[in-house]
Design a protein around this ligand. Structure first.
Ligand code: OTD
Ligand code: ZN
Ligand code: ZN
Length: 347
């Protein structure tokens, strides 16, 4: 028995490709299935200027194996020193598709992020004027706020005030992890979208913590309670165009994950689409998969939907994914959803 589903080729609206040997190792895993991806700028040092984004794009294209197609959609890392005119020029030339806001200290390599939002006001106003989206890592970083509450508090304290004071600013709430995040999107008709990862659709904090700590499920924002996962799944499978796939595939060497202080991030690029097909099927929403993976993102970013297609097939044999891929002197452990997957990307 087999079932198949052909959809417009997906894009990944939130991806970490890194640099050097890691970039070479992980790029084919994305390019095999996805046509384009919004490339996160949290390198060390971060990608701050248009010139740095152009150089990074060139390194990505140089790392793409012969015969593979892929378009990196570049972003700039917003700092308190970012020059509005440099942002506008990088946008006007077609180089960048978004600017990324990290509150300082929120996640991996976010030390150069924003602490004082008054200092980025001129950049945000320029972005609203030219229609350039702001991608937001939506967590406060104050020590006194519990890690499980950081997204909800960010929405109230930072996101809503920034949006109110910058009319016309287009915002993508990246990797939403709570019902609060989904509800905020649903309550705001215009200029707002949200990406959702694979792991936040299928896992909750019990999967990470009960019976032992599973470092490969540790990512930021951290997995939440089951009721939040259910709200995200409802949003993703609803067909609402404000929700689209951003895998947040974030590779780290296996030793850095399986360590005393584990790095945050799940490496989902190789199996994101088969896991999603199975998840949408289980939710009786296979007909909504193409919108989530291939149509809603381009609509938000004002880009064409890809004209070629991929075919996902389901069989009664479990799909085998590699446990690890090689990356220079290291390996990267591939995300294991914790259940057998019967879908595969056929072409
Ligand atoms: N979350 N890991 C990383 C980034 C994301 O917040 C994110 O976008 C990373 O490793 O770059 C993670 O857990
Ligand atoms: Zn983030
Ligand atoms: Zn990310």
């Amino acid at each position: 028995m087999s079932t198949s589903l052909t959809i417009a080729r997906p894009d990944d609206w939130h991806l970490h490709l890194r640099d050097g040997a890691m970039l070479e190792a992980v790029l084919p895993e994305t390019a095999r299935h996805f046509a384009r991806a919004i490339i996160m700028p949290n390198l060390v040092p971060p990608v701050v200027t248009g010139a740095e984004a152009a150089a990074y794009r060139d390194r990505i294209m140089a790392a793409l194996p012969d015969g593979m197609q892929f378009e990196p959609l570049m972003t700039l890392y917003l700092t308190e020193d970012t020059d509005p005119e440099d942002v506008a020029a990088a946008h006007a030339s077609g180089l960048i598709k978004a600017v990324k806001l990290y509150p300082a200290g929120a996640t991996t390599n976010s030390a150069s992020g924003v602490t004082n939002f008054d200092k980025v006001r001129a950049v945000l106003e320029k972005m609203a004027e030219i229609g350039l989206p702001l991608c937001v890592h939506g967590e406060v970083t104050d020590r006194e706020i519990d890690i499980f509450d950081r997204e909800a508090v960010f929405i109230d304290r930072i996101l809503d005030p920034v949006r109110q004071s910058t009319p016309g600013l287009r915002v993508v709430m990246e990797h939403i992890t709570t019902k609060n995040g989904a509800d905020y999107v649903l309550a705001n008709e215009t200029d707002l979208g949200a990406t959702i990862t694979v792991q936040h659709l299928i896992l909750d904090r019990n999967d990470m913590l009960v019976g032992g700590m599973r470092p490969h499920y540790y990512c930021l924002p951290i997995l939440k309670r089951a009721e939040h996962r259910e709200a995200l799944l409802a949003a993703a499978t609803s067909g609402d165009a404000r929700f689209f796939l951003g895998t947040d595939s974030a590779p780290h060497p296996t030793h850095a994950k399986e360590s005393e202080c584990c790095s945050a991030g799940c490496f989902t690029a190789p199996n994101a689409l088969p896991i999603l097909a199975q998840t949408f099927e289980k939710a009786s929403a296979l007909d909504k998969l193409e919108g989530f993976t291939s149509r809603h993102g381009p609509a938000f970013y004002g880009l064409p939907v890809n004209t070629d297609t991929i075919t996902l097939t389901k069989s009664d044999r479990v799909t085998e994914f590699p446990a690890k891929i090689d990356a220079g002197d290291h390996t990267v452990t591939v995300f294991d959803p914790g259940f057998p997957v019967y879908w595969t990307v056929a072409s």
